[in-house]
Design a protein around this ligand. Structure first.
Ligand code: HEM
Length: 376
């Protein structure tokens, strides 16, 4: 039920549109920050992570937490999400040897419980004033939506644990994936200056030099879309998707899969299979331009599934796509980017539930547009 609420109710196009102003404000803040660092080095992972998490918190509880308290709670939230993502990605021996699982040999379960309690406290802190004061003031954010939600058929509201569980899934599912995809795209563009040039030329043509990128520009940016698709092919942010578990013993491709087995689908390997892709290890956005552009994120063509496929596919697909496109288009349109002299970005990967670059991408931004007012 929670998945249905999130996918069909919260993520309708109208709702995603309604939260656009909140996302835009956060990206504007990041532009100002980057502008302030003009000519010096910045860590793209930090930039992407803080921009995405700020968009998330802004969509969750909007501008209701202002001043020092707001800054503090947002910072705590950022730390709690980072910690949960790290714990979530750790290989857990108990998954493979269920017998000693109750001993929690690596302490992963304990760490997870502690971080989840921390996260819950933050949600309680934000939810309490809204339910206690009963002010009826509309904040137009995710939290309002969840607090006011009533099932069409049963007329039942969501309980507080349900609200917190759903919120946690959304934030954990959306933050690392989107920010990592941003960093990988920037890394590939730094390694392929000709692709960077073409992407920025397209932005100049479509957006112009006197305007900022808006979400309505996206459908006129096929090359940037191709760059994003190609990045997600080579660097799918959840390389093994989420584990499946058959409810019945079944046979697939001649293999018997017992009921209850944990099944991982290796999207990373499928995206690099030379029987399915020409020169699979090369970064070539052109493969997604024109006719082959028919490949999309719907998960219907099984050789390209960066957002997964089927009933458990990414619940935040539309929002994730928009946040990624918007941040990339904006930063590429507003700034020139170069790596520090003598350095070359690498494409080494770090194992985890989210596929991160093994070393952070460090770059130097300089303003690209003449109208400096656009940076404030
Ligand atoms: C570039 C951005 C993103 C990518 C590449 C991505 C990718 C994925 C993938 C591959 C899965 C597993 C699907 C499967 O196993 O079939 C997944 C699940 C999920 N994603 Fe995303 N995601 C992104 C953004 C987001 C955002 C922004 C949100 C929330 C706002 C989100 C929420 C979720 C949730 C809740 C699940 C779990 C679904 C379930 O268990 O049924 N994702 N995502």
């Amino acid at each position: 039920m929670l998945r249905r609420i999130f996918v069909h109710e919260m993520q309708s196009n109208a709702n995603i549109d309604a939260f656009y102003a909140l996302r835009r404000n956060q990206v504007k803040k990041s532009i100002k920050d980057v502008y302030g660092k003009n000519g010096t080095t910045i860590d793209v992972r930090m930039l992407a992570y803080s921009t995405v998490i700020n968009m998330m918190t802004s969509m969750f509880w909007g501008g209701t937490l202002e001043g020092d308290i707001g800054a503090n709670i947002n910072a705590q939230f950022r730390d709690a999400v980072s910690e949960l993502l790290i714990i979530w990605g750790k290989p857990n021996i108990s998954d493979f040897f269920p017998f000693p699982a109750s001993f929690d040999i690596q302490g992963i379960q304990g760490d997870m419980k502690r971080a989840s309690r921390w996260m819950e406290k933050i949600f309680d802190f934000v939810i309490d004033p809204r339910t206690k004061n009963n002010t009826n003031i509309s904040n137009n954010d995710f939290l309002d939506f969840l607090l006011e939600f009533k099932d069409h058929e049963t007329r039942k509201s969501l309980s507080r644990p349900q609200i917190k569980a759903l919120s946690c899934d959304i934030v954990i599912g959306g933050t690392g994936t989107t920010s990592t995809s941003f960093e990988w795209t920037m890394a590939e563009l730094m390694l392929h200056p000709e692709v960077m040039k073409k992407t920025q030329e397209e932005l100049t043509k479509v957006v112009g030099d006197a305007n900022v990128v808006e979400e309505y520009h996206f459908h006129k940016l096929p090359y940037l879309q191709a760059v994003v698709k190609e990045t997600l092919r080579l660097h799918p942010s959840a390389p093994l998707l989420l584990p499946r578990c058959p409810s019945q013993t079944c046979t697939l491709g001649g293999y018997t899969i017992p009921k209850g087995a944990k099944v991982f689908l290796n999207a990373w390997a499928m995206h690099r299979d030379s029987q399915l892709w020409e020169n699979p290890y090369e970064f070539r956005p052109e493969r997604f331009v024109g006719d082959s552009n028919k490949l999309d994120f719907s998960g219907n063509k099984f050789h390209y599934i960066p957002f997964g496929s089927g009933r458990r596919m990414c619940a935040g697909l539309h929002l994730g796509e928009r946040m990624l496109m918007y941040t990339l288009a904006t930063f590429l349109h507003m700034f020139h980017w170069k790596v520090p002299d003598g350095e070359k970005p690498d494409t080494g990967e770090k194992f985890g539930i989210v596929l991160e670059k093994s070393t952070p991408l460090i770059v130097i931004p300089t303003p690209r547009l003449n109208n400096l007012k656009l940076y404030h």
